[in-house]
Ligand binder design. Structure first.
Ligand code: SF4
Ligand code: SF4
Length: 110
């Protein structure tokens, strides 16, 4: 029978394997997204759920949130928020693209 100590070691080993694999995937994904000074981030408003993740990762304060009315009249909330890129401040670093859970941000030519 597997002891709890063996189980713990196996879980730790598996966690390292998963972390390594995810980091490699993120690296590959990041390499496939064009970036740099000639590009600027763009938010597809329809896909943005206002989660604020992009503003947290943006070191250049190039993203601000703005209020919009809720799309569905069935939900009794007066306002919702969306992200907007401040083009002049965006350095094209691509961090927001990687952070966005809904793939609402893409990099476009300046
Ligand atoms: S690409 Fe970088 S600088 Fe531009 S909005 Fe996204 S996180 Fe900010
Ligand atoms: S991370 Fe994506 S979904 Fe969340 S606020 Fe930014 S653009 Fe919108």
């Amino acid at each position: 029978m597997t002891s709890s100590d063996e189980l713990r070691k196996r879980r730790e080993k598996e966690a390292v394997r998963i972390r390594t694999s995810l980091n490699r995937l993120r690296g590959e994904q990041r390499a496939s997204i064009k970036g740099g000074e000639s590009t600027v981030a763009f938010v597809e408003e329809r896909l943005c759920i206002g989660c604020d993740q992009c503003t947290i990762v943006c070191d250049d304060d190039a993203i601000e949130m703005y209020k919009v009315p809720m799309a569905s009249p069935l939900i009794q909330v007066e306002s919702n928020q969306k992200a907007k890129i401040l083009r002049a401040d965006c350095t094209g670093c691509r961090l927001c693209v990687l952070a966005c859970p809904t793939d609402a941000i893409t990099m476009i030519d300046r």
